[in-house]
Design a protein around this ligand. Structure first.
Ligand code: LLP
Length: 421
């Protein structure tokens, strides 16, 4: 469910017509609906009602301060993977006691920053990281709250690049070796063992891989209990998929019900790290057609957004629906098969390939749908393109939540050394 709908043939976000925003901020821009963001967060979080749980939004999916603040206001925590994400969360007002820190490569400085900020948990991914965390915590004379990220070797049946819970993936400690690591952690005086965590992948469209890994974790926790290691937090990661095209992922309620059944009798607080399912369909990327090229073998619609603004099609061959902003204007022109491409000098720069589309003409605007997750957060300055503006709608109003970058921002921090002067 989302709040991007046509009224009088013009695409609106909540009550605001997209052309009004384009006039004010120019194109391209990311456009978020606060009603959709809130609705998705609340639907997900309330699906786990009755179970002690904490919904920690995966910041990497969408890290704008305003979006983080919105979830913090709804009582959300955050799942972070870098010092930069921690900084953002603190600036946005996320309670550090609701922040968990995942990731395979946390630096000494980042561990220190997390400890000084008083975060809830470190999801540690290797013995070496555990040893470094012990060392940093000892220096600060504190006890670091620790979960071990366990790799359950479960196939999430998703794109290979976003599968994380298979033995061949770089993440976590193999489940067969994890008990020994917990025993080792127990001997480290500045660590406090709090939980077990796992995250098997992203854009999962079935419940079964989640259940398979949960069963493995439950067995594992029994093993820990026998060794006298008590677990207060069970973190099942994120990964619930969404519909981009014709996928039929479980509704968060179905997902939660399935997990709840399997969790019955378990005495710990559940942590969830949803990213995509909360933000994906809550934003679109709005772009304008610059030129069209109609050829014998192919038609191209050249737009002002590119792979640096939305990397997913180029990177994963991902499908994002493309809708005209003004349906009325294109209606009489019929349809054609075309590629929607950006201005970047690579053939891999496309937003859609071989797509059945309305016939777009120069000046038309289009919306690249379902762009809220891993959209702006994965954007770059490739080809020295300033990153686009981000806009948030609430009801009849809109707010620029990130200014469009300028040419000056592009070269900020760059220096020409003396010998070249
Ligand atoms: N927790 C951990 C430890 C993660 O690594 C991730 C995502 C999440 C939670 C959130 O997963 P989600 O609920 O969003 O599926 N750039 C890719 C997705 C990469 C996912 C990385 N990890 C894409 O655009 O599809």
């Amino acid at each position: 469910m989302h709040h991007f709908t046509y009224k009088n043939n013009v695409l609106h976000c909540e009550s605001v017509p997209l052309p009004i925003i384009a006039e004010a901020v120019d194109t391209p821009f990311y456009l978020y609906s606060s009603a959709t963001l809130s609705h998705h967060f609340e639907t997900f979080d309330s699906s786990f009602a009755g179970l002690p749980h904490l919904t920690c939004f995966a910041v990497k999916a969408c890290s704008n301060l305003a979006v983080l603040r919105l979830f913090a206001r709804l009582g959300g925590g955050a799942d972070i993977v870098s010092g930069g994400e921690l900084f953002r969360c603190l600036k946005a007002g996320v309670d550090p006691r609701r922040i968990i820190y995942s990731g395979v490569g946390k630096t000494r400085e980042e561990l220190r920053y997390g400890l000084l900020s008083g975060i809830l948990l470190f999801n540690v991914e290797s013995v070496q990281e555990l040893e470094l965390l012990q060392e940093v915590a000892a220096t600060l004379e504190v006890k670091a709250p620790v979960s071990l990220r366990v790799n359950p070797d479960v196939d999430p049946r998703t794109h290979a690049y976003i599968s994380t819970g298979l033995a061949k993936n770089k993440f976590g400690v193999p489940i067969s070796e994890a008990a020994a690591v917990y025993r080792q952690a127990r001997t480290m005086p500045n660590l406090k063992i709090m939980g077990v965590s796992c995250h098997i992948g992203s854009q999962l469209t079935e419940v079964s891989p989640f259940l398979e890994s949960l069963r493995k974790l439950k067995d594992f926790m029994k093993q820990l209990a026998k060794a006298g290691i008590a677990i207060r937090y069970l973190d099942l990661g994120g990964g619930l998929g969404v519909r981009y095209q014709d996928e039929t992922p479980p509704h968060p309620r179905e997902y939660a019900e399935a997990l709840k059944q399997e969790l019955a009798g378990l005495d710990c607080t559940l942590i969830l790290e949803p990213g995509r399912v909360i933000v994906c369909n809550a934003a679109v990327l709005v772009s304008r057609v610059l030129y069209t090229k109609r050829g014998r073998s192919k038609n191209f619609v050249i737009v002002d957004a590119a792979m640096n603004d939305l990397a997913r099609p180029s990177l994963y061959d991902a499908f994002h629906d493309i809708l005209p902003v003004d349906q009325g204007a294109v209606a009489a022109r019929g349809r054609e098969t075309a590629d929607v491409v950006g201005p970047i000098c690579e053939s891999g720069d496309f937003l859609a390939k071989g797509r059945d589309l309305p016939v777009f003409e120069s000046g038309d605007m289009l919306a690249v749908m379902s762009s809220g997750a891993y959209g702006f957060s994965m954007s770059s300055n490739y080809n020295s393109r300033p990153r686009v503006a981000e806009v948030l709608v609430q009801g009849e109003e809109f707010f620029v939540i990130r200014d469009r970058e300028t040419y000056d921002t592009l070269i900020q921090g760059e220096n020409i050394p003396d010998f070249l002067r």
